[in-house]
Design a protein around this ligand. Sequence first.
Ligand SMILES: C[S@@+](CC[C@H](N)C(=O)[O-])C[C@H]1O[C@@H](n2cnc3c(N)ncnc32)[C@H](O)[C@@H]1O
Length: 342
Amino acid sequence: MGNCMYRCNDGETDILQQSVDNQLSNMSSVHSSYGTSTFGRPTTVATPTTSTTRTSIAQSVASNGDRSSSVYPIHNNEDEINRLQLMHYMVRYGWEGNFSAPIHNILKAGKAKVLDIGCGPGTWILEMAADYPHSTFIGLDNSPIFPSAIKPHNARFYQADVHDGLPFEDNTFDFVHQRFLALALKEEEWVPLIDEIVRVTKPGGYCEIMECDFEIDKQGPVTQTLVEAVRTCIQANGVNPYMREKIEELLSDTNMIVDITVNEKVTPFGSWGGRWGELVSDGLRMSASTFKPIIQPTLRLSDEEYVKAINHAVTQEMNEYRSETKMYRIYGKRKTTTVPTE
Ligand SMILES: C[S@@+](CC[C@H](N)C(=O)[O-])C[C@H]1O[C@@H](n2cnc3c(N)ncnc32)[C@H](O)[C@@H]1O
């Protein structure tokens, strides 16, 4: 699977490892108490406010009811794992780092616990575990594409579905990270997941959510057709392609996250954007194969026509139009004190 560069620490009686193992056995019991379909309801999260976004999403939950079906449209095969690994390196290159929240010193000091939600092949976790050997890193994904046997002593992976709640106790993590999960969540699933993120983050800890804009700016006609096809398919699944715009407000509405910061990065497609643009294009080209089974029927293109359209959009059009999008990291700190309610 391409993640076997780490040696196992078999037999190493490491106190951190022990604490993770304890944590993992706790997870199982917490997990089973969540039942079959709904999110674990946090006891420590403030009562939702009545902001428009949160209220409209809550109404949507009430009218829809079903939150349990998975809408994630992508097959986690070998190509997808390669794509996610490439995307990881592309993101790290463009952002010059794996996260934006001010947690370097906390992680460096050691004994910090970090969760990555929807960790995929675990590339982020493996790198972070190597960068901060005295902290503990846990990746969670509902698809077991993460390393199962060979991993650093301070990294663990756990198979779980976010729709069942996060299988951890309250106030467990110093940092909770979630990147590119937008296609896996219906609009109404965001509020309960954010509540869960807040619940498992320690007071004074940070959470960070990374997503990108769905739209491509300055796009040519072929690009526009491809983007529209993706939009049609994901909207049919109940996914709001513009959810990224609401994340800051959703975090703020919990009344538990402060110092919310939104960092954005213009992300060019193509060699006109230098090395960064080339990497982004490579990622997009691989995404085209990922999305092929999803959008090809809508586009009614043969295999050959599909490949031609992608090549035209990525190699020619995006350079000609100087197409770009934006990526965002939205992070905040969990309040250290709870304001007493009347
Ligand atoms: C686009 S990938 C992002 C992977 C990783 N965060 C990264 O940035 O490289 C989305 C990941 O979310 C996982 N996923 C989808 N639905 C999920 C769910 N309901 N619960 C947990 N993980 C889920 C997928 O298996 C996939 O690995």
